[in-house]
Write a protein that binds this ligand. Sequence first.
Ligand SMILES: *[C@@H]1O[C@H](CO)[C@@H](O)[C@H](O)[C@H]1NC(C)=O
Ligand SMILES: *[C@@H]1O[C@H](CO)[C@@H](O)[C@H](O)[C@H]1NC(C)=O
Ligand SMILES: *[C@@H]1O[C@H](CO)[C@@H](O)[C@H](O)[C@H]1NC(C)=O
Length: 420
Amino acid sequence: MGSMEFESHNWIWDGVYYYPHLFGGLMLTAAVLGLSTSYFSGIGVHCLPFYWPDLGIFHKKKYGKKPVRVYMDGCFDLMHYGHANALRQAKTLGDVLVVGVVSDEEIIANKGPPVLSMEERLVLVKGLKWVDEVIANAPYEITEQFMDRLFNEHKIDYIIHGDDPCLLPDGSDAYALAKKVGRYKQIKRTEGVSSTDIVGRILASMRDAEVGNNLSNATAPEQLHSMDAAQAEERRSSKAQVSHFLPTSRRIVQFSNGKGPGPNARVVYIDGAFDLFHAGHVEILKSARKLGDFLLVGIHTDQTVSEHRGIHHPIMHLHERSLSVLACRYVDEVIIGAPWEVTKDMITTFNISLVVHGSIAENNPLLKDVADPYSAPKSMGIFRMLESPKSITTTSVAKRIIANLEAYKIDYGKLPGSVC
Ligand SMILES: *[C@@H]1O[C@H](CO)[C@@H](O)[C@H](O)[C@H]1NC(C)=O
Ligand SMILES: *[C@@H]1O[C@H](CO)[C@@H](O)[C@H](O)[C@H]1NC(C)=O
Ligand SMILES: *[C@@H]1O[C@H](CO)[C@@H](O)[C@H](O)[C@H]1NC(C)=O
C-alpha cells in the first residue's frame, strides 16, 4: 500500500525496474541525466552547483530508490526458528519481504492435511518481524503462471529459495524461469534443526510423558517402525534429546532488535516456556505488547520447564525457544533463562511497570505449587491476568501433529518451510 503512492512519483524507475535486461548501467545513468537535464532546463547553469543537491538529483535519488520486493514461500506447518532464519536471510536480499503461505487445499493434495490451519499459519508468519506482506493461499508448486502473477501483480523483483534443489514432478527446475530472467536469489540453509527432528522429539515426549489418555498406546507401533529404531531408543532413554542446533552470539544478535527501552518507556514483562511456538503465543505477546512500550519476555530454563511440566518437557531447548520468541515482531527483548519467580529485584533491575500472565497455562496439575511466582508483582499492584486469546497450547499442537501422522502417514521430513 505504501509502495502504491510511491510508484506514482517514479514512473521512470518503474520502466527501468521492470525491464532490467534492457537497461545496462550506462543506460540507467543516461536516463537519470536525461531527466535531470530537462528538469533543470529553466535554471541557469551557474546555479547548478548550489541547487543541485537540494532540488534535483538528491530528491530524485531518494525517491528513485524503489524498494526491492523479494518473495519466498512455504507451508509453514510446524514452523520453527530455522524457517524464521530463512525468512530473515531472505529479507536481507531486499527491502520488502513478501511471503507466500501455501493453501490448506494444496497441502492436503500434496501431503495430507496440515496440522495448523491457514489462519494459524498466517498468524505465525505475520508475527515474524522480517515479514512485510503475506500472500495467503499460494500454490504448492511455483508455476510459470504464478510467477507471472508475482512479477506483475505483486511487483516482485526476486524470488528467493533455499539452496536445496527444487524439482517439479517432470524433473525440471521449478525456478528455471526466474533464473532465466535474473530474478532468482538463493539463501543458504544452515540451521541445525529439521521438522523431522522436532516430530521425533514430540513423539518421544508424548510417549514418555503420558500426556493424554494413553496416547502412546494409540500411536506407537507404526510410528516406532517408521523412525530409526536406534534413534528412537536413544531419544526415549536419554532425557538429553540431542539438538544439532548450536546457538551462537551472532545468531542471537541477528534475531535481536538491539535496542533497550526508551527513556520513559513502560516495560511489560511476560514469562513462560514458549515451547513449540504457536499462534496462541503470537496472540498473547501481541496483547501484552499493547499494554506498554517495551515487551520483555522471560524464557524459563529447560530445568524450570521440566520441573513444572514433566521431565520430557520442554520439546524445544532454551536457546531454540528464545530464538522463536525473539523472531516475533511484538517482542523487544528476552531473558534467556528467566527464573520461575518474578522477584522484586528483577522488577527493579528491568524497571518493569507491569507483569502479565496468560489465563491458559500448561502446568502439571498434579504439582501443587508451593509459592505463587507472581506474589511480588501482585503485592506491588502491577500484576495483570491476560485472557489467552486462543486456546491453543503446546500440548494441543503436539497432539494434532501426532494425530495427523497417524491418520495420514505424513512424512514431515518432506515438509520443510519452503515448498520443496
Ligand atoms: C496404555 O494402556 C494399556 C492398557 O490400557 C497399558 O497396558 C499400557 O501400559 C499403557 N501404556 C502407557 C504408556 O501408559
Ligand atoms: C491400546 O492398545 C490396545 C492393543 O494394542 C488396544 O486394544 C487399545 O484399544 C488401545 N488403547 C487405546 C486407548 O487406544
Ligand atoms: C521506568 O519506567 C517508567 C515508566 O513506567 C519511566 O517513566 C521511567 O523513566 C523509567 N526509569 C528509568 C530509569 O528508565
